[in-house]
Design a protein around this ligand. Structure first.
Ligand SMILES: [Zn+2]
Length: 442
């Protein structure tokens, strides 16, 4: 028997039904998101080498080959920017090595206690009741608070991390759990082709092998997704902390400071050096700025005058002067050089050939061709067959949270990269009241 509903009730029912349809097949609140970060994965590698699984993601999903890292474009600042969706001036990890007036030297730590603000993906997700597995990801634990996710991989130090297939085993073990017991957010860090790119160059057989391993690992995870319970509700994002660029010379910053009697401590990594002065009077710092600005190989700024798009702020962790080497130069503190070269800080040249030690690196400002990375999406909530011009590293966090149907961390600087998402996932923004980035670069 048919029941006749009054017209307003039919309209209400139709609207409710349309809502359900719009959200199908996956409600964001049912979705599982896997974020895989491969260290130092340049988009150039997808062009140079055989990457069938990444190619599949490009065809079936949405991607950009211009994931723009923050400055300096190196691992810890990049990973924490992806994790928090905040600029370095807000999360506080302003490069891979810096001085903190109270805590002393920061050196590649992944301990969340170093953060000065913002929430990592795992903290924001767990706060909203979303179980998270953080496998080698920055900020997964804190020295004072312990583990910061429901599931945390055991190794605390980078040197103890598994190889990329070992990491994939951890991801796949989570995917093999029944959907009801599975963490809805899986964050996984992979060593990727970073070391091979640095020490053997971007075209070497070693880098080719590392890239093909990364791709094989992606393939294993995609297969595990297909076999998982609720496969249609799983999204996979593959990204990196930065790209890679060939280098030829190292800046002998200790020698340069000595030669000109500049009274500063240099803390250098990648392609930048932070210079900290004990005497912070304008006369001393400006004098050094004028001297160093005569080097055409270097860009030098007072932190107050640094380009706004660097977003480093003027806090005490940022050097009074920021020295940024231009390609193809890089800067590492002399303590990182082999011991038998340490005399070069006294009598060496200002710049040295580096071909015997380092073939490629990263750290340059994010508008430098080569430092951009990949960001590929595939699966539930991701647009199909779409290339997006660029996405900033700060936008990854809000995009992941959108896919989970949750709010981003508090506070957040990035916006949702709606260009990567399908219609329904992109729409959910309005309900969540989160600003959209569109696809473009700002
Ligand atoms: Zn690197």
């Amino acid at each position: 028997m048919q029941t006749r509903l009054p017209p307003f009730a039919s309209a209400l029912l139709a609207a409710a039904f349309a809502c359900v349809l719009a959200d199908s097949p996956a409600l964001a609140s049912d979705r599982t998101v896997i974020l895989m970060l491969f260290d130092g994965f340049s988009p150039a590698y997808v062009e140079k080498f055989d990457t069938p699984n990444l190619n599949r993601m490009r065809v079936e999903g949405a991607f950009t080959d211009r994931m723009l890292p923050p400055f300096p474009s190196i691992s810890l600042i990049g990973s924490f920017t992806i994790a928090t969706g905040c600029w370095p001036k807000h999360h506080g990890i302003v490069t891979n090595k810096f001085l903190d007036p109270e805590k002393g030297l920061y050196d590649h730590s992944i301990d969340a206690d170093w953060l000065t603000g913002c929430e990592t993906l795992n903290v924001a997700a767990e706060r909203q009741g979303i179980q998270t597995a953080s496998l080698g990801f920055v900020g997964r634990f804190s020295g004072t608070k312990g583990d910061l996710a429901s599931i945390v991989s055991p190794a605390r130090q980078w040197v103890d991390y598994p190889d990329d297939h070992g990491r994939a085993d951890q991801v796949i073990a989570e995917l093999q759990k029944p959907a009801a017991d599975r963490p809805r957010l899986i964050l996984a860090y992979f060593k990727g082709p970073d070391a091979a790119g640095h020490f053997t160059g971007m075209d070497s057989p070693e880098t080719k092998a590392a890239v093909e391993t990364s791709d094989a690992v992606v393939g294993r995870v995609l297969e595990a997704v297909a076999a998982a319970e609720g496969a249609e509700d799983i999204a996979v994002l593959v990204t990196t902390d930065h790209g890679m660029k060939p280098v030829e010379q190292v800046v002998n910053i200790a020698r340069i400071l000595r030669r000109h009697s500049i009274p500063a401590r240099a803390v250098s990594t990648g392609t930048t050096s932070f210079l900290y002065f004990e005497d912070k009077s304008d006369a001393v710092i400006d004098d050094a700025l004028v001297t160093l600005s005569t080097y055409l190989e270097l860009d030098v700024y007072r932190k107050e005058d640094a380009p706004k798009e660097w977003h480093l702020g003027t806090g005490p962790r940022v050097g009074d002067l920021i020295v940024s080497a231009k390609p193809p130069l890089f800067i590492e503190d002399i303590e990182e050089w082999p011991w038998f070269t340490h005399f070069l800080q006294y009598i060496g040249p200002d710049f040295l050939d580096s071909s015997a030690s380092l073939k490629a690196t990263h750290g340059y400002p994010s508008d430098t061709p080569g430092v951009e990375g990949i960001l590929y999406g595939w699966g539930s909530g991701i647009a199909a067959g779409r290339e997006v011009p660029s996405v900033r590293a700060v936008d990854v966090h809000p995009t992941v949270m959108r896919l989970l149907g949750a709010e981003p961390g508090e506070p957040v600087d990035g916006v949702v990269a709606t260009g990567l998402l399908d219609g329904a996932a992109a729409e959910e923004s309005h309900a969540a009241g989160v600003a959209d980035s569109g696809a473009g670069e700002r």
